[in-house]
Design a protein around this ligand. Sequence first.
Ligand SMILES: [Zn+2]
Length: 344
Amino acid sequence: MFENSIVAHLMVSLRAVKMGTGIHLTYGETELALDAGVSGLTTLLSHAHADHIGGLERAKHVISTEATYDALVARGSKLPASNSFVKYDETIGQIGAYITTLNAGHVIGSAMFKIEFDDGLTVLYTGDFNVIDSIVHSAAKPVSADVLITEATYGTPQWEFPNRTEVHGEIVKRAARLIEIGKIPIFQAYSLGKAQEAIGLLNRAGIQVVSGNPAIDSVSDVYNLHGSDLSFVSIESPDAKTSLKNGCAIVSSSPKYTMTNVKRALGASYQKDLSRRMERYNLSGWTLGEFKNNGFPLSAHTDFPNLISFAESVDPKLVYCFTSNASTLSRHLSDRGINAVPIE
Ligand SMILES: [Zn+2]
């Protein structure tokens, strides 16, 4: 009963409301925007993906890691008028709450934020997060909090990803076999995050990589600026032809655009020949579903079993779920005795 009254009190006193690409959080006198720009408010920005950066130019101030800001610049995103940087595991206390930035394991610079209000109430906001080590990101770790605001992208029981190391092994094996027989594997991956994991993976296996889009080049440069050692040849570079001739894999966020570039740089007949030699694969968690035969399930998000165990480790009194499967994840958490509601 006591526990229930705490939850009821929390649901009234702490407001988490969907706003644009993010959430408007209010507790007492303190108001914050999470992953959305709201005029007059400070925004905590978890990472630079397009579905988390709406209206940043309107924000009073934006707090993010330096790598997230560099990724915004590299992608040509609209930039905030005022901003400051935070580091992982650093705590700042300047806007009516103490805010600790934690690694989210999703893309370069991605952060979770633990917010501690004056009366001691703690809120953990995950942004998008991944609890499994990837080639270029380390796993997000749970910390305890009274309230958890979690993504629910893969928040239904059907999404259980296979062992990542085994998926890596399958990708490398397929690439090597195709190159051996004169074909060119082309791996389609988001230009921020997944493309760099693919490049890093192929580099480690000694496979030469051609980056198929300038968007991948510029984001990969940000990774290298922040400590990665990614090696690739841009499709726009004169060296691309040599790599394609000698055998390589292409990593592309848009194969159509890549082929347009090939045509422009190397000619129409070369493009035709390349099209015949190419085999295309998606690198995405969604390949477990509709694209089952056409790719590898490599995700930058947390799968269903790990969303549940992450929430259990945080041990919150209340969970807010956001993104597409928020209702389903909330139901499953509630079934396990964790009070959870979707943000709608
Ligand atoms: Zn994301």
